[in-house]
Design a protein around this ligand. Structure first.
Ligand code: FAD
Ligand code: EPU
Length: 354
C-alpha cells in the first residue's frame, strides 16, 4: 500500500514526503515488478538536499532515478528511490559561434534535443529520441549515430551525497568513454547530477553524417543538403524502424555493450568468419557489434519464458509481458554463455543492474 510517511518527519512541502512501499513498475521501461521501501520526487535543489539529509539520517541507501530506461531492478529497493525532476533549460552565449545550453537533470533528453533544434543549435540532433532524462545522459555518456555526449559536453553540477553540497565536473573529471564515465566507476553511488551544460554550435555548423545509415536514409528521402532538423527526423525514422517502443514492449535499449577486442583476437575470428562486421578504433582495438554475435549464435528473436531478444535488433532484450527480472537475467546469461562458447568473447551488460 502506498502511503506518505508521517511520524515525526517535517518536510518543507507535503508533496515531497517519501511514500512507503512504492511500486516502481511504471518507473522502469522494462516494466518489471519491484517496489521501493521509500520513494520521493525532488523538483528543486533544496528539496533534493532535504531528501538526501532525511535518507542519511535513516541510514537508507539512495537510488537516483531518471526515466528508468537503463535499469534492471533485480529486487525491491531497500532504501529511498529519488526521482530527479529538477527542470529548466537556459541558453547562454559562449563566443566563437557557440552557445551553452544548460538543462536541469529532470528535463526529458529528447525535449532538450528539440529545444536545440528549434533554436538552431547543432550537435545533439544525432542523439534524437534517446529515452530518459538529462541527468542520466552523462552516466553512460549516451551515444548514437556517430555522436556521443562527450563531443558536446561542457560541464555538469552534481550533489555530493556525503557532503550534501554541489560540485562542478568538467569533461576530463567525468572520464567519458564508450558507454562509460567516472559515475559508473569510482564515482558510483556518490553523486546526484543536478544539471548538465552542453556547448553547441550556433554558426558554421556541418551536421555529422558519418554513420552509414543516416546518409542512406537521407538519400532515400531525397534530402541533398541536410540541416539539423533533417538529421534529427532521419535518426527518429531509423530508430522507430529498428527499436521497440518501451510503451508497447518493455525493454531498456541495448542490453550489452559492443565488445572491443585486440587485433590478434580479431584476426583469428576474421579467418573463421570473413563476413564479421567490425570497426577499427583509435585505441587500436576492434569493435564488433554484439547484435551480430547474438544473431549468429542463434538467439535473434528467440524466447525464454516471458523474455526474448527483439526480432529486429537482438541486442535489445524484451519483456514479452509479465516477465520477472530473473527471466531477463536468465536469458542474458544464456546469451553470454553461447556467445563466449562460439566466439570466445565475453559480453558485458550496458544496462545498470540494481
Ligand atoms: P535511468 O534508467 O533512470 O538511470 C540510469 C542510471 O543512472 C541508474 O544507475 C541511475 O541511478 C543513474 N541516474 C539517473 N539519474 C541520475 C542523476 N540525476 N544523477 C546520478 N545518477 C543518476 N542509450 C544510449 O546511449 N544510446 C541509445 O541510442 C539508446 N537507445 C535506447 C533506446 C531504448 C528503446 C531504450 C529503452 C533505451 C535506450 N538507451 C540508449 C538507454 C537509455 O535511454 C540511456 O542510458 C538514458 O540516458 C537513461 O536515462 P534515464 O533517465 O532513463 O536513466
Ligand atoms: N546486426 C546483426 N543482426 C541484427 C541487427 C544488427 O547482425 O539483427 C549487426 C549489423 O552488422 C549492424 C550492426 O549489428 O550493422 C550494428 O547494429 P545497429 O546499427 O543497430 O547498432 P548497434 O551497434 O546494435 C549501437 C548502440 C545503440 C545505438 C546504435 C546507433 C550500443 C551497445 N548500442 O547499437 O544504442 O542507438 O548503435 O548508434 O552501443 C543503447 O545504448 O541502448 C542503444 C540502443
Amino acid at each position: 500500500m502506498v502511503r506518505p510517511i508521517s511520524a515525526g518527519k517535517s518536510f518543507t512541502l507535503q508533496r515531497m514526503k517519501p511514500l512507503e512501499n512504492y511500486s516502481l513498475r511504471n518507473l522502469n521501461t522494462f516494466g518489471l515488478h519491484a517496489s521501493a521501501r521509500y520513494y520521493a520526487s525532488a523538483e528543486s535543489l533544496d528539496e533534493l538536499q532535504e531528501l538526501v539529509e532525511w535518507a542519511k539520517k535513516q541510514q537508507l541507501p539512495l537510488l537516483p532515478l531518471g526515466g528508468g530506461s537503463n535499469i534492471l531492478l533485480k529486487d525491491d529497493y531497500p532504501g529511498l528511490v529519488l526521482s530527479i525532476n529538477l527542470g529548466g533549460i537556459e541558453c547562454l552565449p559562449s563566443g566563437e559561434g557557440k552557445k551553452i545550453l544548460r538543462a536541469g537533470a529532470g528535463v526529458e533528453w529528447h525535449d532538450l534535443v528539440l529545444f536545440a533544434i528549434a533554436n538552431e543549435l547543432g550537435g545533439i540532433e544525432n542523439l534524437s529520441l534517446i529515452p530518459g532524462k538529462v541527468g542520466a545522459a552523462p552516466i553512460q555518456n549516451i551515444g548514437a549515430y556517430g555522436v556521443e555526449l562527450k563531443d558536446v559536453f561542457h560541464e555538469l553540477e552534481a550533489l555530493d551525497i556525503a557532503q550534501n553540497k554541489t560540485l562542478r565536473f568538467n569533461a576530463s573529471d567525468c572520464r567519458f568513454a564508450y558507454r562509460d564515465s567516472y559515475f559508473k566507476n569510482e564515482g558510483k553511488g556518490r553523486f546526484i547530477i543536478t544539471s548538465v551544460s552542453l556547448k553547441l554550435a550556433s554558426k558554421g555548423y556541418t551536421p555529422n553524417l558519418s554513420y552509414g545509415g543516416i546518409r542512406q536514409k537521407l538519400d532515400e528521402m531525397g534530402v541533398k543538403d541536410p540541416g539539423i532538423k533533417d538529421v534529427s527526423d532521419t535518426v527518429i525514422r531509423i530508430r522507430r524502424e529498428k527499436l521497440p517502443d518501451p510503451s508497447e514492449t518493455g525493454n531498456a535499449g541495448s542490453f550489452f555493450k559492443n565488445p572491443e577486442i585486440p587485433v590478434t583476437a580479431f584476426e583469428k575470428l576474421h579467418a573463421a568468419y570473413p563476413d564479421i562486421p567490425h570497426f577499427r578504433l583509435e585505441n587500436g582495438m576492434i569493435k564488433i557489434p554484439a547484435a551480430w554475435l547474438i544473431d549468429r549464435s542463434g538467439w535473434k528473436g528467440r524466447k525464454l519464458g516471458r523474455a526474448a531478444t527483439h526480432h529486429r535488433q537482438p541486442l535489445v532484450l524484451v519483456n514479452l509481458g509479465g516477465a520477472s527480472s530473473a527471466e531477463i537475467l536468465n536469458l542474458a546469461a544464456r546469451i553470454q554463455k553461447d556467445v563466449e562458447k562460439k566466439f570466445g568473447i565475453a559480453l558485458t551488460p550496458e544496462v545498470n543492474i540494481i
